[in-house]
Design a protein around this ligand. Structure first.
Ligand SMILES: C[S@@+](CC[C@H](N)C(=O)[O-])C[C@H]1O[C@@H](n2cnc3c(N)ncnc32)[C@H](O)[C@@H]1O
Length: 277
């Protein structure tokens, strides 16, 4: 922490650089040592392919290409894609010009395992994590840079203010580690806030003992009214009174770790499924 230069002039864009577009969350990394550190957060074990989301001008791509893996990149911005085609011809047809959120990754990876990495566009970073959760059976590792507050929230444990939906859902399937903080001064243009790098490592057994869809719904519903006890926030599940008297229903969502949310789902499951919830 604190190892990257906090102060000093941000290097200016050079002729031929991609123009930063705000609506695409473009903040380009200018300190290659950060890019190298991010590339080295993956283990490159247990899979042969890596997908980088939002390569921009390829500062991170350059260090991914030094690793023993087949690198694919997905980038929405035409100007960045043209830049990458010129500067990284070795990527050949592994530059995919698409919106990561909409693209069917089965077209590229079929049912193979791949890791996901990036300096993510902050405006869609939560949606990126939700898509990774949908594809978790193919994604054993995930790492990259978020707004610091979002990265911290994903790794947060129960009992803390910032613990929420993303923390529970991610931690049910992945070990989440907050790795290091990156100051705005190493980007062009600099973002307003600090950034944080995290790593998610999929658990050996990542199949839940309860219904997964119901688990997602229970967690989301509980946190919609995070100050209320579960007895109140889960009213819409129309549970029998004797179940609602169970001690767990007297708690608030931020008091429950992911294992307790699984236990809660198992308790709700017989009723929710028969109610077609
Ligand atoms: C924070 S910049 C990072 C750029 C580069 N990796 C770097 O570190 O300098 C985010 C990148 O994501 C791209 N991007 C934004 N939305 C995207 C989407 N929906 N799908 C794919 N790429 C996207 C942007 O065009 C931009 O290049």
């Amino acid at each position: 922490m604190g190892k990257y230069k906090k102060k000093g002039k941000t290097p200016q864009a050079q002729d031929g650089d991609v123009r930063a577009k705000k609506h695409l969350g473009q903040h380009f990394l200018t300190d290659e040592s950060v890019a190298q550190d991010i590339a080295e957060t993956l283990s490159y074990k247990g899979y042969n392919k890596v997908l980088e989301i939002g390569p921009g001008m390829g500062v991170l791509t350059k260090y991914l290409l030094k690793q023993d893996a087949e690198v694919h990149v997905i980038e929405i911005d035409t100007e960045s894609v043209t830049y990458l085609q010129e500067h990284y011809p070795q990527l050949e047809d592994r530059i995919h010009q698409y919106d990561f959120l909409k693209y069917d990754l089965g077209t590229v990876f079929r049912d193979e395992a791949f890791a996901v990495i990036g300096n993510f566009p902050y405006n869609i970073s939560t949606q990126i994590v939700f898509k990774v959760l949908e594809l978790k059976h193919q994604i054993p590792e995930f790492s990259g840079m978020f707004q610091k507050e979002v990265a911290k929230r994903i790794c947060e444990k129960e009992g803390n203010k910032t613990y929420g939906i993303l923390s529970v859902l991610v931690q049910a399937f992945y070990e989440a580690e907050y790795l290091f903080t990156v100051p705005p001064s190493v980007f062009n243009p600099p973002p307003k806030v600090d950034s944080g790098v995290l790593r998610l490592t999929r658990k050996e057994d990542f199949s839940l003992p309860c219904d997964e869809k119901l688990f997602f719904r229970v967690v989301k519903t509980a946190f919609q009214q995070r100050r209320k006890t579960l007895r109140n926030s889960l009213k819409s599940f129309d549970l029998p009174d004797n179940l609602r008297e169970d001690i767990i229903f007297g708690k608030r969502p931020e008091q429950l770790g992911f294992r307790e949310f699984i236990d809660l789902t198992l308790k709700i499951q017989p009723y929710a499924i028969s109610n077609q919830q």
